[in-house]
Design a protein around this ligand. Structure first.
Ligand SMILES: CC[C@H](C(=O)O)C(=O)SCCNC(=O)CCNC(=O)[C@H](O)C(C)(C)COP(=O)(O)OP(=O)(O)OC[C@H]1O[C@@H](n2cnc3c(N)ncnc32)[C@H](O)[C@@H]1OP(=O)(O)O
Ligand SMILES: [Co+2]
Length: 134
């Protein structure tokens, strides 16, 4: 079912500061901030040879990462994203296996303009898992 690691997301309390560390301290290529109002975040992408880092900052009143940052005031690893070929088939298999899909179970369009779903962290060793159809 899951394929490549598409990205690792880090929630940060200061997006500009975090992007500057990746750019100037770690010498990485970072994107400009990208507002994703449908997902309640502003994202900066750190492009690596073999995957991406997604720096996340809350956007709007009901950001899904606000609670996480309130508990983790320095920021922290927020989720991993695996690629799947068919997100509906993957969802249906996961539901059959007893995994919980977050939200209404229907894919949303993520930052890469692809369908994404999120799986409950409690079912995956305390790790929030995102699936992205590629
Ligand atoms: C622009 C799109 C981009 C992309 O890649 O395309 C994105 O990735 S958008 C990323 C932001 N969107 C989401 O994260 C959507 C899915 N997330 C959620 O629905 C929430 O974050 C949720 C439900 C996972 C947690 O919400 P919240 O923190 O408000 O709920 P609780 O405090 O009740 O938490 C419940 C339980 O889960 C634990 N938790 C919360 N967040 C995480 C996490 N990131 N990793 C691991 N565990 C997490 C939390 O500690 C609670 O555990 P408990 O033992 O009950 O205290
Ligand atoms: Co993501």
């Amino acid at each position: 079912m899951i394929g490549r690691l598409n990205h690792v997301a880090i929630a940060v309390p200061d997006l500009e500061a975090a992007a500057t560390v990746y750019k100037d301290t770690l010498g990485a290529t970072v994107s400009a901030p990208q507002d994703e109002p449908d997902n309640g975040v502003t994202v900066v992408f750190v492009e690596l040879d073999n995957t991406k880092i997604e720096l996340l900052y809350p956007l709007g009143e009901n950001s899904p990462i606000a609670g996480f940052l309130a508990k983790n005031t320095s920021g922290g690893m927020h989720h991993v994203c695996y690629e799947v070929e068919d997100i509906i088939a993957a969802r249906d298999q996961l539901v059959e296996k007893g995994a919980r899909i977050l939200g209404d179970g229907e894919p949303k369009i993520g930052a890469h303009k692809k369908p994404v779903l999120f799986l409950h962290p409690k079912d995956f060793s305390g790790t929030l898992v995102e699936l992205e159809q590629v």
